[in-house]
Write a protein that binds this ligand. Structure first.
Ligand code: SF4
Ligand code: SF4
Length: 451
């Protein structure tokens, strides 16, 4: 099929699209790394692109969309063909002017833009679906239960490359922001260390920096800058170790529970602002904090509802006036519940009439998080990034660990498959991200040295 606007669209069938996507090792780039070819097996009505990027310091999707608008549209068409979807929606924010200007003129009739308010967490997929379609995903259910499949921008670009060029996932685009000399957004080979990524931004500007993988709300603390970039690395946020966003992440579980026990005022602000609660989920963080403080005051259903927490961090970083982290309390409860094989089943209740107004304006969020001094643009730069070696973890996806198919001393080329999951297992293959020689193969990772 030829279109003057989107270029040539491959005639690949739904099955061929899924196989190309699997062979290219595509996983959900915005989340935990769920294999995309499995997601594309669902048959739904709407193929939704989550382009909200509502974590304040991250600037990837909003810059990739204008740069690769036609590829994005073609990727949406492939996703729609694979899932049988009749509607494609790209949900993005009004402030992404360049993306809107690039996309709006080239959209085919079956794809539309949906303009999201500039609030957090517009990018939590349950909230994105609600804002973009009016449909509410029931607690503990998948988006497919309301006829929707959600993918993020980098994933859809990878789908298009996989279908059209059989181009495997060997690169990741990420933002390096915060206390760095030259904040930027850059595409790097998978397996490069975060230390080298930090150097691309000119290094830290503070003496005692702490590091977050991803955004200030949902990103996790980075224990070592030797950690390699993977298919799901969210970004590199640098802040002084004394910054509350780092300090709170460094609190151990015992401290978190002690604070929850001593100071909860039962004001229930955490519940009133919980994005899941306001759209009709049972999840009520103030009841879960109470449950861990006073044994046996919660019903089994209340306790199990901890499993439906998205860990969006609103309750900890925005709502609670006394420094409690209901999110961390939930995380501890979740670990216990999952270990016992528990599952949550509960109804979808009425949504809060004021729900839309309870989401957090991003400008307010930046101030609340103490990020005004660190908030800066991070322009997309095309750099030749050529690390001398890459370390490629065998598990960059949900499912089975990939099994190496190469040996130490073997020469490999960029894009060559070096590990794959056993036939029929959930997972995707892994590819060399640089030309070089395999210097080590362990149970966890394959190292390639350039040369
Ligand atoms: S982290 Fe807190 S606010 Fe977010 S979903 Fe969980 S309980 Fe609700
Ligand atoms: S917001 Fe804080 S003090 Fe208020 S109920 Fe929730 S945990 Fe307790």
């Amino acid at each position: 099929m030829l279109s003057p606007s989107w270029g040539v669209v491959s005639p690949a069938s739904a099955e061929e699209i899924r196989e190309s996507v699997r062979a290219a090792g595509v996983v959900g780039a915005g989340g935990a790394g769920f294999p995309t070819h499995v997601k594309l097996q669902a048959q739904v009505e709407i193929f939704l692109i989550n382009a909200a990027e509502c974590e304040p310091m991250l600037k990837v999707d909003q810059q990739l969309m204008p740069q690769q608008a036609e590829r994005l549209v073609r990727g949406v068409l492939y996703g729609m063909r694979a899932t049988g979807a009749t509607q494609g929606i790209i949900a993005l924010k009004e402030k992404y002017h360049a993306a809107i200007d690039a996309l709006a003129p080239i959209l085919p009739p079956q794809i539309r833009l949906h303009i999201l308010p500039d609030v957090y967490p517009a990018g939590d997929e349950v909230i994105t679906i609600w804002l973009a379609t009016g449909r509410r995903v029931p607690p503990a259910a998948l988006p497919t239960s309301v006829g929707v499949v959600v993918n993020n921008v980098q994933t859809v670009l990878n789908i298009a490359r996989a279908v059209e060029q059989h181009y495997p996932v060997t690169r990741r685009t990420l933002t390096i922001n915060g206390a760095v000399r030259q904040p930027l957004t850059v595409t790097v080979p998978l397996g490069i260390s975060l230390r080298e990524v930090l150097a691309l931004a000119g290094g830290a500007t503070v003496d005692d920096p702490g590091f977050i993988n991803g955004g200030p709300m949902m990103g996790g603390l980075i224990a070592s800058l030797d950690t390699p970039v993977t298919k799901t690395t969210g970004g590199l946020l640098v802040l002084p170790k004394s910054h509350p966003l780092i300090a709170r992440r460094m609190q151990d579980d015992k401290t978190v529970l002690t604070i929850a026990r001593t100071v909860c005022e039962h004001c229930r602000l955490c519940t009133d602002l919980c994005p899941r609660h306001i759209i009709g989920h049972e999840l009520s963080p103030h009841l879960l904090v109470r449950a861990v403080n006073y044994q046996n005051v919660a019903t089994p259903s209340t306790l199990l509802s901890a499993l439906t927490c998205s860990e969006c961090n609103v309750c900890e970083s925005v709502a609670c006036p006394v420094g409690i982290s209901p999110m961390r309390v939930n995380r501890l409860l979740k670990a216990e519940l999952r270990a016992s094989g528990a599952r949550y089943e509960g109804p979808l209740r009425e949504a809060d009439e004021m729900a839309r107004y309870r989401l957090i304006p991003v400008k307010r969020l930046i101030t609340k998080l103490g990020l005004n001094d660190w908030y800066q643009d991070a322009p997309l730069k095309a750099l030749d990034v050529e690390p001398s070696q890459v370390v490629l973890p065998l598990r960059q996806h949900i499912g089975a660990t990939a099994v190496p198919s190469v040996k130490q001393g073997e020469r490999v080329t960029r894009g060559q498959c070096i590990a794959d999951v056993p036939q029929g297992a959930l997972g995707v293959p892994l590819h060399a991200s640089i030309d070089g020689v395999i210097s080590s193969v362990t149970d966890h990772a394959i190292t390639v040295v350039r040369g």
